[in-house]
Design a protein around this ligand. Sequence first.
Ligand code: AMX
Length: 434
Amino acid sequence: RGTLKYKLSKKIKEHRPRTKRLLQEFGDVQVDSVTVSQVLGGMRGIKSLVTDISYLDPEEGIRYRGYTLQEVIDHLPKPKGAEMPFVEGLFYLLLTGDFPNEEEVMQVVEQFNKRRIVPRYVYDVIDSFPTSSHPMAIFSTAILTLNRESEFNREYHAGLKKKDYWEPTYEDALNLLAKLPEIAAYIYNKLYRKGEKIQSNPNLDMGADFANMMGIDKPYDDVSRLHFIIHSDHESGNVSAHTGHLVASSLSDIYLSISAMINGLAGPLHGLANQEVLRWLQGVMEKMDNKLPTEEEMQQFVWDTLNSGQVIPGFGHAVLRKTDPRYMLQREFSKKHLPDDPIFKYADLLYKVVPPILQEHGKAKNPWPNVDAQSGVIQWHYGVTEYDFYTVLFGIGRAIGICANIIWDRALSYPLERPKSVTTDMLEKMVGIK
Ligand code: AMX
C-alpha cells in the first residue's frame, strides 16, 4: 500500500477495460492506411503502435504522460539543493501518470538503492573486453549477461498467469535500472581511467551517485539528472523504443529486451549522433586552429560536409518539425552554467548557421537541431571528453522509458508483434505495372 507497485497495480486494473473494450467492440475500425512509399520507406508515420507513456507532437516535441518536459522538471520533487529532479521520480511518473510527492519519490529511491549491487560476473565480462571496444558493445553485453537474474523467466517457467506477467517484469526492470549507473561508470573507468573504480554511495539518488562514480563535482549530478530525464522516452516508433517493445513482445525478459534496444540506439542515425556531433565539431575546431570561425567559415564547413555526401549530425528528425525541446532545455542549462565554453559557442553558431543551409539544400524535412546537437557539448564541458561514451549516457536514460513501456505492454497483454511483408513483385502488381 502506498508503494509505486501498489499504485501501478491499481492503475493497471483501471486501464485494462479500456483496451479490452476497444478490442472487443471496435476491433475493425480503421486507424490508418498504408502507402507504397511507407512500405518502402521505413514505415514512416504509420499509426500502428500504442503507448500512453509519451507522445511526440511534430510541432511541439515530446510530452511525458501529457506533460511537457518543462512541466516535468518543474513539478517532480528535487533532491535538496538540486536544480534538477529525482530521476527515480520520473520513473514513477512514467509508470503511473502521476507526479509523486516527496515520500513517494523517496520510496522509489530506496528501492533503487536496495538493488544496486552488480554481480561479480558482470564485472568479469566487462573486464574481458579489449579496451578498444566501443562502450555501447560492452554496455549491451553487460546488460545481456544479467539475464540469468530474471525473475520473469523463473516465474514464467513455474507457470505464471498471463495477467501477472507485469509483476516480475516490474521487479526485473527495477533491478536492472538500479544497476545501470554503476555498470556505465565501471565501463567508463575501465576504458578511460585505467580501471580506477569509485564506489557507489547508497545515500545518493541515481543522478548524484552517477556523478560520484564518474568522479565529477557538482553540477554534474544535475547534468546527469537532466540527461537521463530528457532521454528517457520519445514515444514508441523510434528504433530503440520499438526494438525494446518488439523483443519484449516475444516474452524475452527485460535484460534481453534492453540489451537489444541499446544495440539499436548505437547506430549513427539514432543515439550515436551525439558522439558524431562532437567528432564533427572537433573537425571544425582543428581546421580553425581552435578559433571560433566566422559565420561564413562555418557555413562553408557545413556545405563541405553536405557536398561530401554526409549528414549534419544533430540536425533533422524523423517526426519532429521544430527545434527539439530537449535541445532547448540543454541550451538553457548551457547558457546558465557554461556560457563561455568554446564548444558551446561552436554549437550555438551551428544553431544559427545550419537550419537555413539545410532548407536551401532542400532534402531534410526538418532543418532544426535535435537533442544530440547539445548533449555532448555539456558532457565535454564537465570533462567527459571521450565522446564514444555519450551514447551510453543516452542508453541509461532511454532504458527508463523502455522499461516502463515493457511493464505496461505486459500489463495490457499486448501480443507478439508480427507485421506482414510483401514482395517487390506484389507491390508492382498492386500499382498495376506488372
Ligand atoms: N543533414 C543532411 N541531410 C539530411 C539531414 C541532415 N541532418 N537530415 C535529413 N537529411 C536528408 C536525409 O538523409 C534524406 O536524404 P536521402 O533522401 O538522400 O536519403 C532526406 O534528407 C530526407 O530525410 P528526412 O525524411 O528529413 O529524415 P529521416 O526521417 O529519413 O531521417 C534522421 C531522420 C534523424 C535520421 C536524419 O535527419 C539524420 O540523418 N540526421 C542526422 C543524424 C542525427 O542527428 N540523428 C539523431 C536523431 C535523433 C536521435 O535519434 N537521437
